[in-house]
Ligand binder design. Structure first.
Ligand code: NOJ
Length: 777
């Protein structure tokens, strides 16, 4: 581990210092090349990188392909040793897991002052939903359907991360997921490729800004390429096997959108694709990503993913390292397979010099694009570090984003919003807690700086509200879940009283109140990486608590924490109101209280279907019709259904209520017969028919009932988020072009076929107004 520097200098971003250091070696690349860097342009970058590479030894080139951790295990069990020596030897191209000006400066010093060619390091980190100021988990963020809030969250994360010396973030995760058993569904944007693509673009723009050379910009790393969310049985790291049409139509679009948005890097996934693991998959990393899509950045493996190719059955470390390099992988995360075997493989003719050079070039180009050769210390600035973090403005943005991410799943008798008078019984393992507010994937966020639900309610409710509190239960009393969810010696904040004693106390507390607010659901550790669940209900212990609370007869609101769609049929039937808050981030309590008390009227809509039971999984709105569809009416025998449950989800994709209500008119079309590249305008009038101002996400779906392949019953193609005062109406129009009709056919050609199309506009994927058009070529 690097020694922290004794002196915290105010500003390390001295390019003068670097030029002097660089003078030893980089000056030989000539002044004109140094000038060229600042002007940009591919030819200039090429000349610079080629010039630098002409000075590099084979070991130094291989060193650039080696990404190490700072010494702290985060998402694997292996850590690298001898980082400082490695940097000085030129055997390390980047470090991840290290943040804070002091530490990053020390590591960068070792590279630019003490390595032979003074090549700067790239510094990466898992900045997933915020750096210091934590935003809602990505699945929650996607429920905002608000691209500017999402982009802003990435930009704020970039300003805070660069403030601590970072220049590379392992985000966005754009994996489409249709199986909520998979714990990492929390880190993505849900089930829909079109919405996922919009979010992927917004995130890349937010991180990278107008130019990655800017001091407050970081390079995005799009992950996990590819199809990681398609794991069989929702089991983490499991095999993925899907048809090419499904892959192209439903799973690949967000990655492609991220390439089009200019993402600088990609991370390969752990899973297999068509039998070949992604990290060693030439079709994926070269033919598709680079040749078909034109990606120009570099690809890093996931954590020890190269080494893991051996367990996949592809050979020993030397063989799988050579395979990955040849497939198009440029940087090896943690496993040091490239570092320890590529030289030997070159000698034995198992890889070529050109393959090593190409990977090295791509890594150096990334550093060039980040402006690190101009100034390796560009984001290593103690002043910025001190000023950029957890500012009031950042907290405000996090609070606003969280409020917009909440989804009102049920609100019987308009129980919500709560009145700012009376007595509330605040119950549940998440009611008075800081450590769980931030969510699943937080490296630098500090739980102690988060706002608990009880504090938020006290901040927002005012003095006429009395809050009584009882914990009521632990997260779970299931010993296996307890042992596996809290890993690496993590301690759960547990109350050691018997479960019944806690429930009794909660019931007594509830009896003294006018209303119960039960803050229940998943702990952050039950979601995210390596946290697949076979049972996606609220853990039994908490369910027992809820049952006892319901028996008091008091009105009950559940504030639900979850990193995945949960199966909630009992809760939907028995609770009066359910507000899904995901895992809201630093401002959790304030945001929850704002929404509970109606300072903000919720408008979030779920981006992944909530099943009634785990047995319905995978369940998603854009399913196929099948040859024997069952529409819920008439005899069900010999139809595509179950004999013990309906086909319908509990809450469909795009669903979310408001404290007000919205009426939709029928769909008006500009024409019903179209030809060629005409544009169709589809309009609905949306009216706020309730008593409060509110926002509504108006969703457009298109269906293609007759085609050369069996198409999904509908696909999201656009949406508009509008706000309406009580009684107000607005016309909402969508322009639809043939681009919205295209799909991948059996030859994987992306085109549309003439015929009938359904145009559906509505408040969620199930509740739509429909019209039809005929569109000829
Ligand atoms: C493994 C995870 O799959 C990936 O998302 C993460 O970026 C790396 N570990 C690095 O921590």
């Amino acid at each position: 581990m690097l020694k922290p520097l004794l002196n915290r200098m105010n500003n390390y971003s001295s390019s003068r210092l670097f030029r002097k250091i660089a003078g030893v070696s980089v000056v030989v690349l000539s002044a004109s090349i140094a000038m060229a860097q600042t002007k940009g342009g591919d030819a200039k970058m090429d000349a610079f990188v080629n010039g630098l590479m002409s000075k590099m030894t084979l070991d130094e080139k291989i060193g650039q392909l080696n990404l190490v951790t700072s010494g702290r295990p985060l998402t694997g069990t292996t850590v690298n040793k001898g980082t400082e020596e490695g940097i000085k030897k030129g055997a390390i191209g980047g470090v991840f897991g290290l943040y804070g000006v002091e530490y990053v400066k020390a590591a960068q010093d070792a590279a630019v002052k003490n390595s032979r060619l003074h090549i700067p390091l790239i510094f990466g980190l898992d900045v997933i939903h915020g750096h210091r100021t934590i935003f809602p988990i990505p699945l929650g963020m996607s429920a905002t359907w608000d691209m500017s809030l999402i982009e802003q969250s990435a930009h704020i994360a970039a300003t805070e991360a660069t403030g601590e010396g970072l220049n590379w973030v392992f985000s966005p995760m754009v994996d489409i997921a249709r199986d909520p058993r998979w714990g990492r569904i929390s880190e993505g944007s849900g089930e829909d490729p079109w919405l996922g693509s919009q979010i992927a673009m917004a995130m890349v723009h937010g991180y990278q800004g107008k130019s990655m050379k800017n001091a407050d910009a970081v390079m995005a790393c799009v992950k996990h390429f590819a199809l990681y969310g398609g794991a069989e049985a929702g089991r983490e790291y499991n095999t993925v096997d899907m048809s090419l049409i499904k892959m192209y139509q439903d799973y690949l679009p967000p990655y492609k959108a991220a390439v089009d948005a200019g993402a600088g890097s990609f991370m390969s996934s752990f899973n297999t694709i068509n039998g070949v693991p992604a990290t060693g998959n030439q079709w994926l990393l070269t033919d598709l990503l680079r040749k078909q899509w034109g990606f120009k950045g570099f690809v890093v493996s996931d954590y020890t993913a190269v080494n893991e190719l051996s367990a996949h059955g592809l050979g020993d470390l030397q063989a799988v390292s050579a395979l990955s390099l040849k497939a198009g992988l440029d940087m090896d995360m943690v496993g040091e397979g490239f570092l320890s075997t590529l030289k030997k493989s070159l000698k034995e003719g198992k890889v070529t010099q050109q393959e090593i050079d190409l990977a090295c070039k791509r890594v150096l180009e990334a550093k060039y694009k980040l402006g690190l050769f101009d100034n390796p210390y560009k984001s290593i600035n103690a002043d910025v570090e001190a000023k950029s973090e957890l500012t009031d403005a950042n907290r405000k943005a996090s609070r606003e984003t969280a409020e917009h991410s909440f989804v009102l799943l049920k609100n019987k008798g308009q129980l919500l919003p709560l009145k700012k008078t009376g007595t509330i019984a605040l119950i549940g393992p998440l009611a008075n807690n800081h450590s769980e507010m931030l969510g699943t994937w937080v490296v630098a966020g500090e739980p102690s700086k988060s706002v608990s639900v009880i504090d938020g309610i006290k901040n927002v409710a005012g003095s006429d509200v009395k809050v009584l509190y009882a914990k009521g239960s632990n997260f779970t009393d299931d010993s296996l879940l307890n042992a596996r969810a809290w890993f690496f010696g993590m301690k759960q904040e547990r109350d050691n009283r018997p479960a019944q004693e806690m429930i009794d106390e909660a019931v007594e507390t509830a009896k003294k109140a006018d209303i119960i607010v039960a803050v229940v659901g998943e702990s952050a550790n039950m979601t995210g990486e390596s946290s697949s669940r076979s049972d996606i209900t609220i853990p039994e212990t908490q369910k027992e608590l809820l049952k006892a609370l319901v028996k008091t007869g008091k009105p009950i609101v559940a504030v639900l924490f979850n990193g995945r769609p949960l199966a909630l049929p009992w809760e939907d039937k028995n609770l009066d109101a359910i507000l899904d808050v995901w895992m809201p981030g630093t401002e959790a309590g304030n945001a929850i209280a704002d929404v509970l008390f109606g300072n903000y009227n919720p408008a979030g809509k779920i981006t992944a279907t909530f099943p009634r039971s785990v047995g319905q999984i995978p369940i998603y709105y854009a399913h196929k019709n099948t040859g024997r569809p069952f529409d819920g009416k008439g005899p069900a025998k010999f139809k595509s259904d179950y004999i013990d449950i309906s086909n319908d989800p509990l809450y469909p994709f795009g669903y979310g209520l408001s404290y007000t209500t919205f009426n939709y008119s029928d769909v008006k079309l500009s024409k019903t017969d179209l030809k060629g590249n005409e544009t169709l305008k589809a309009t609905v009038t949306v009216t706020n028919s309730g008593k409060l101002a509110g926002e509504e996400v108006v969703q457009l779906y298109v269906s293609d009932p007759v085609a050369s392949i069996s198409r999904s019953v509908k696909e999201l193609k656009n949406f508009k988020k509008i706000s309406l005062q009580p009684g107000e109406s607005k016309e909402v129009s969508f322009n639809i072009t043939t681009a919205d009709l295209k799909f991948f056919n059996t030859k994987l050609a992306y085109d549309w076929e003439p015929g009938e199309f359904g145009i559906q506009i509505g408040t969620n994927s199930s509740d739509v107004k429909s019209a039809k058009v005929n569109w000829t070529k």
